[in-house]
Write a new protein. Structure first.
Length: 424
């Protein structure tokens, strides 16, 4: 006979968290056992009912009242654990607990005063602080009034019930406060994790846009140029195809590095790519000599932000401006707060910004990058007759033109500028 073995499900070993509803039967059983342990304090009333010589009517009344009290207490506590907090049920259960505690303690002996402790605990568990700070002392006062009628328990035994009622009630208030705080911390931790994931997705999408936008624009331009050269100049077309292969391989490498988070662009590398892209698009590039030198006072993060700004600006010039001339300027400036900063300016003589100027994905991502480096971005129409130009020639755009300025602070206040860097 063939024996079939049933695969045993893994046991739930997650801890029973205070203040959270049970997720499994095991956790529900654990919470029930933990709550039931506190019912051992009812040993006094139970032993009083089991004493010989107790009248039958008193015994029946005590059993019925104690059973109703325990059921009401369980309903109150378990509805609170499962999150079913209805005001009518809460107030009704608390009122019934207080009435049963008073009536049973008044009609029976003093051992029934222990019921007030459970009533005080119920107030501390289910009521907010504004109500529990008054209801718990009220329960203790009722306990004192009911217990004062019996001269045998005045003094030590009376305070043996009153002080635990106050202490246990306010202790449960503190426990509920800790539970509320832990819930807020868990919610805050989940929110931080969600925001971190969103920031990572935004960073990845920004990197891919900056990388692929520039590379695909260059590939498109070279493909069109190769298509025009192909019938008559196959050798030139072959060179363009070789450049397309090189750009695509570099784009693939950049995407892999960007996904890994290890790529840190440099101004010199981006400047070389910008010159090649502008030359392929037929745009005359006028480069400030300061961009040719390595600036020592520029930190890696700030240099990376300027490099991304240079890439995005040149990509926009090629794709959207229709410009014939583009100037790349690097100057040192003083910010309003007294800090020294570097300003990368990209000017073109194209059609200029649209009337309803709104940042696209590229400029929005660039603003975020510069903000991470404590920098800022400015865009707008290019100024006429201003800007860097070799041999003293001014910048006179044929259209309105477009200007992009990216500023980043310098990390050191005593850093000397490069020899070719101009301070306006």
């Amino acid at each position: 006979m063939r024996r079939t073995t049933r695969k045993r499900e893994p046991a739930d070993r997650s801890p029973v968290l205070i203040g959270q509803p049970p997720r499994t039967r095991r956790q529900a059983l654990g919470k029930t056992v933990w709550i039931s342990l506190w019912l051992l304090y009812l040993a006094g009333p139970v032993s009083a009912l089991l004493r010989p010589g107790v009248p039958t009517a008193e015994r029946i009344w005590g059993c019925l009242g104690l059973t109703l009290f325990v059921l009401c207490y369980f309903v109150l506590v378990f509805r609170h654990i499962w999150g079913e907090r209805t005001r009518s049920v809460i107030y009704g259960c608390l009122a019934l607990l207080l009435v049963l505690s008073t009536v049973l303690s008044w009609t029976l002996d003093s051992s029934w005063l222990v019921l007030f402790i459970f009533t005080s605990v119920g107030c501390g568990v289910v009521l907010p602080w504004k109500l529990s700070r008054w209801s718990i002392p009220l329960v203790a006062v009722v306990l004192l009034v009911v217990g004062a009628r019996d001269p045998d328990i005045r003094g030590y035994y009376l305070f043996a019930y009153a002080l635990p009622a106050l202490g246990c009630g306010f202790m449960m208030v503190g426990v509920q406060y800790l539970i509320h705080t832990s819930r807020e911390l868990r919610a805050a931790r989940e929110e931080v994790a969600r925001l971190a994931a969103n920031d990572e997705r935004l960073r990845l999408s920004r990197d891919l846009h900056d990388l692929l936008g520039h590379s695909l624009s260059l590939i498109t331009l070279k493909s069109e140029l190769a298509g025009r050269m192909l019938p008559d100049r196959p050798a030139d077309a072959a060179r363009q195809v070789a450049d397309i292969e090189q750009v695509s391989r570099q784009a693939l490498l950049d995407v892999r590095e960007a996904v890994s988070g290890y790529r840190r662009p440099r101004l010199a590398v981006e400047l070389a790519g910008a010159r090649a892209a502008l030359r392929t698009a037929g745009v005359t590039a006028v480069v400030d000599p300061a961009l040719e030198d390595e600036y020592r006072g520029l930190a890696a993060d700030e240099e990376g932000a300027l490099a991304w700004a240079l890439r995005e600006a040149v990509t926009n010039v090629i794709r959207h401006s229709g410009a014939r001339r583009c100037e790349l300027v690097l100057t040192e400036e003083w910010a309003a707060d007294g800090r020294r900063c570097l300003c990368l300016t990209v000017l073109d003589d194209g059609t200029g910004p649209p009337r309803a100027q709104q940042d696209g994905n590229g400029l929005s991502g660039l603003r975020e990058r510069l903000a991470l480096a404590d920098g800022r971005l400015e865009t707008g129409p290019a100024p006429r007759g201003r800007g860097f130009a070799p041999r003293g020639r001014g910048f006179a755009p044929r259209g309105r033109g477009f200007a992009l300025r990216a500023r980043v602070p310098l990390s050191g206040s005593t850093t000397e500028p490069a020899p070719s860097l101009r301070t306006p």
